[in-house]
Unconditional design. Structure first.
Length: 317
C-alpha cells in the first residue's frame, strides 16, 4: 500500500510540473498537416520532452517506448494516441530554434509575474559543452559547427558554449544563448544584457567574472542603471589595481550561483551528455533542459513548496 501511495504521489507531482507547460500551444507552429502526417498537440509534445529530461532518458526513442508501455503517462502528457520518436523529431523541426528560445523567455516572464525571482542581482557566465562528435576524425568532424574552446582550467573542449543569465538569489535561469565553443564570453554580454532589459528585469547588479572585464561592458550596464560587478583583469591593466572593498566582495560572492545552475543542468538534466549535432539542435536541447528546471520552480511555488525551487530531484517520479 505504501508503494502505491508513493507512486501516486510521484505521478501527481510529475503531472503538476507538466501542467506548467500550457504556454506552449500559443507559440506552436501553424496547424496545417502536409501529406497526411499525424499531428499531436504541441503542449503534449513539449510535456513529453520535458518528462524525458526529468526522467533522464537518453534518447527520444526511449521516450516513445516509455509512452507506449505506460499509457497513463501518455495521458498525463495530453496524448490520445502514442507518438513515436520520429514524431518528436518532426515537432522539434517545425517548432524551430527561435520558438524554443521564446518559450524559455515566456517562462521567465511567468516566474517574474509570480515574483519568484528576487531580481536584485543577475549573473552572466558561460560553460563549454562537449559536442557529439569526434574532432580528430581523419576527414572532418561530424559536427562542423562545433569549435574548440578553452576552460578556465586550461582544458580544451570541442563543442559549444552555453551563455546563461540567472537570478543570483533563486539560482534560476532567465535567458540564454548558444554559440560555438570558440566565442569569447565578453562578446555575449551586450546581447544577454539587452534581453534581460527587454524581459522587464532591472537588477541593481550584473555580476560576471573577469572574462567579461571591459569598459564597454561596464558602461553598457551603467546606461541601464545597473552596476557591473566584474573583477578587473590584470592582463588588461598597465597599473596596479586597487583591492575590492568588502561590500563589493559580498556582492561578487553571488557569482557562484550560476555554477550551481550549470551543475544541476549537467548532472540532473543530462546536459553534460548531448546526443545531437548542429548548433540549432544543441540550442533546442538546452532550451528543453532550462524549461524543465523552470517548470519545477513554478510547480514548487504553486504547490507551496518554495524551499524546493531548485530541487529537481524532488519532482521526479
Amino acid at each position: 500500500m505504501e508503494t502505491t501511495s508513493t507512486a501516486d504521489t510521484g505521478a501527481s507531482t510529475m503531472s503538476a510540473v507538466l501542467a506548467c507547460l500550457d504556454v506552449v500551444e500559443a507559440l506552436s507552429p501553424d496547424r496545417t498537416n502536409p501529406r497526411g502526417r499525424k499531428r499531436y498537440p504541441a503542449s503534449a509534445m513539449m510535456r513529453a520532452l520535458v518528462m524525458k529530461e526529468l526522467l533522464q532518458l537518453s534518447s527520444r526513442r526511449k521516450l516513445g517506448q516509455l509512452l507506449l508501455k505506460n499509457p497513463e503517462l501518455a495521458q498525463r502528457c495530453g496524448f490520445t494516441s502514442i507518438p513515436d520518436h520520429s514524431s518528436f523529431a518532426y515537432f522539434i523541426r517545425r517548432m524551430g530554434r527561435d520558438r524554443f528560445i521564446r518559450l524559455v523567455e515566456v517562462m521567465s516572464k511567468r516566474l517574474s509575474e509570480r515574483q519568484v525571482y528576487s531580481g536584485r542581482s543577475v549573473v552572466i557566465d558561460g560553460t563549454l559543452l562537449s559536442a557529439y562528435s569526434n574532432p580528430r576524425a581523419t576527414h572532418s568532424p561530424s559536427d562542423p559547427e562545433a569549435a574548440w574552446g578553452v576552460r578556465s582550467t586550461g582544458d580544451w573542449v570541442f563543442g559549444y558554449k552555453l551563455h546563461l543569465v540567472c537570478d543570483a538569489e533563486t539560482e534560476l535561469p532567465i535567458t540564454f544563448e548558444v554559440t560555438s565553443g570558440n566565442v569569447h564570453d565578453s562578446k555575449m554580454f551586450p546581447i544577454l544584457l539587452q534581453r534581460v532589459v527587454e524581459l522587464g528585469f532591472h537588477p541593481a547588479w550584473v555580476i560576471a567574472d573577469k572574462a567579461y572585464d571591459s569598459e564597454e561592458n561596464r558602461q553598457l550596464a551603467a546606461s541601464h542603471g545597473m552596476v557591473a560587478v566584474i573583477p578587473r583583469n590584470r592582463r588588461n591593466r598597465k597599473t596596479q589595481l586597487d583591492e575590492p572593498n568588502p561590500e563589493w566582495r559580498a556582492i561578487y560572492s553571488q557569482r557562484s550561483s550560476v555554477e550551481r545552475v550549470f551543475s544541476r543542468l549537467k548532472e540532473e538534466l543530462a546536459l553534460k551528455d548531448i546526443r545531437v549535432r548542429s548548433q540549432w539542435r544543441v540550442t533546442v536541447h538546452i532550451a528543453i533542459s532550462l524549461l524543465s528546471m523552470m517548470a519545477v520552480a513554478l510547480t514548487a511555488v504553486e504547490s507551496d513548496r518554495p524551499s524546493e525551487l531548485a530541487s529537481i530531484n524532488s519532482f521526479r517520479f
